[in-house]
Each structure stands twice: as structure tokens, then as C-alpha cells.
Design a protein. Structure first.
Length: 125
């Protein structure tokens, strides 16, 4: 289960924050219609918390992200910023998106096309 733009499918954004804080027990079954209730859970040990959040996104789909999905991602990102958890964005299929990068992946950081795609991301602020 991943993040979805509607409220009837996908992971609830509050569940993502509960995961990061270490509140979600092992083998917990997520319910789309109701987020996990942390209740009286005591602060978690450092080894039970998430230490880094990675966003993995297909670079060819960046312009297709809806406004709702961008807003949801930005809201989650903002909450994670408050928790001071490092975040990284991993772009996939960059070699398929840009012919120059397809020939030599080391050129990914010099690709104008990839740079333009990155600007569409709700993470790039």
C-alpha cells in the first residue's frame, strides 16, 4: 500500500507520521478509512524510529502528479521537516527520459531535461 491522492485508497498521511515516530507495531494491518490511533504510546527508543525518508519517483511521471497529490506530499514533507528527519528523493528511469543520460548516466546532473523534471516535484523547494 502506498500514497494515493484520494481518501478511499492508499496509506493515510497520519499513518506515515506514526511509522516515522515508531508507533506502528509489527505486522499492523493498515485501514484506508481510519488512521492508526497512537493513543497513550510512550516515546519510542531511537532504534524503533525511522532515521531517513526516501521518496522514490518515476521521473517520467512528474508532470502527471495531480495538485491534490502534490499538496498531500508537501503536507507530509512539512510534518517530517518538523520531526527533523532527513529526506531524500530518488528519481528512477532517468536514463529512459533523457537520451544524453541514457548514453552516460554520469551526465544526469548536467541534463537540462532532468533539471526541468525535478522542478515539477513537490519536494523541490
Amino acid at each position: 500500500m502506498g500514497l494515493a491522492e484520494d481518501t478511499v485508497s492508499g496509506l493515510h498521511s497520519d499513518d506515515i507520521i506514526s511509522i516515522i515516530k515508531g508507533y506502528i507495531p509489527n505486522k499492523y494491518k493498515f485501514a484506508v478509512d481510519s488512521p492508526f490511533k497512537a493513543g497513550d504510546i510512550s516515546p519510542r527508543a531511537i532504534n524503533e524510529k525511522i532515521h531517513c525518508v526516501a521518496y522514490v519517483i518515476d521521473v517520467s511521471k512528474t508532470p502527471m502528479l495531480s495538485t491534490e497529490m502534490k499538496m498531500k506530499i508537501c503536507a507530509i514533507r512539512s510534518k517530517i521537516d518538523e520531526l527533523e528527519v532527513p529526506q531524500i528523493v530518488l528519481l528512477t528511469k532517468v536514463d529512459e527520459e533523457c537520451p544524453m543520460v541514457g548514453k552516460d548516466v554520469e551526465t544526469v546532473y548536467r541534463s537540462d531535461l532532468i533539471t526541468k523534471k525535478v522542478k515539477f516535484l513537490p519536494y523541490a523547494q
